[in-house]
Design a protein around this ligand. Sequence first.
Ligand code: UGA
Length: 426
Amino acid sequence: MIGTGYVGLVSGTCFADIGNQVICVDKDSNKIEKLNSGISPIYEPGLDELIKKNYISKRLTFTTDIQMAIKLSDIIFICVGTPTKKGSLNVDLSFVYKCTKEILKYTKKKKILVTKSTVPIGTGDEIEKILKKKKRLFTVISNPEFLREGEAIRDFRFPDRIVIGSNENKVFSVMKKLYLPLMNKGAKFFMTSRRGAELIKYASNAFLATKITFINEIANLCEKSNIDVKDVAIGMGLDERIGSRFLRAGPAYGGSCFPKDTKAITVTGDIFKTNLSIIKSVIKSNEKRKIFLTNRVKKILSNKIKNKRIAFLGVTFKPNTDDMRESSTLFMVPFLVKYGAKITYYDPSGEKEEFSKYKSVLFCNNIREACQNTDLVIIHTDWEEFKAIDFKKMFKNKKIKIFDMRNLYSPSSMKKQGILYYSIGR
Ligand code: UGA
């Protein structure tokens, strides 16, 4: 596994756990040192234990020595980052091509080279061009990953599908053998062309982002028409053609995947002279949502933000991760600070350096501390521990306003407790 970021480390550890001999390589010696002393550089529930278990059993090793790792491996997974290029919507593939060149340099025997990183249509073709000097030694295939942060180990063990894209049929049986333990538990194995697999990944993420944005806009309509969006989502989801998942209305979607991948696929569309207008409007709608919800915060505070105390419960883009990338709080918090709000926040994944530059933003060690003397509590992330807070007990008889951006509580029971409760699409 080349790259011990999210994809490489989780997949590598899980591959070891189903009985393979796995070498995880990274050029960052600090990371490798940490891993070799049993510390995971990323926060993912269950990962630490799994790393330790497979490290002790010697199925999983960590190294900076890419030459040795390539020499010893039959299958090489490229799991390096494909971030958005600065000042562009497109992805930066320089890490992918750089490590391809290293693989070329050190390969002497036949290898299967797999892209697991999310890469646009035609990246496999470009990789083949780089490898052309030793063309006969390589089969380049695409095997996109569909892991969600916070649920990655479960997603690896019980995937809906395994997608393998190759232009050479003979490689499918090798990959089937690798994934057999997961197929035995019900995962579907889908074979397609290499370009097809590359697009499946982007199209899937763009579709899920569309589903979320769709329900968020329906939530706006529900707010105006006195309908509960939760009921609408359930009613829609009961149709198997629609499905109930990814229909939870909330803040703008965030994370390291949906925002990046939706932008990148529209660029691919433009390159192929195809206007992906639906995805383009999803991106716009999601951006507008950040402003829309911040304006609702303003309205809840009767447009008087100056010196108001606002407590955020959860600031990460989703629960069970410490990841702040593209979290809508990165828009909301600075905006509210600019207009004079005093912010306290508590997130179970800890303090965030993104907010350390703001004097009026304070990290608290628990829910109670964050909510003390506050004018408004915003539930931003649906962490488990925010789902059953006894607000009445916590605030005694003080009149309190709560803006629940994840619809964790029932409006009627909040009303009964005398809490001024605001939520999404209800
Ligand atoms: C996403 C995909 O779900 C994975 O299948 C994919 O492998 C991954 O991207 C990737 O490309 O690597 P992830 O970004 O970890 O996974 O997180 P999700 O659970 O998909 O959530 C993304 C965003 O959508 C979050 O901000 C979350 O709060 C939001 N969301 C999700 C909703 O607002 N409503 C929903 O119903 C579901």
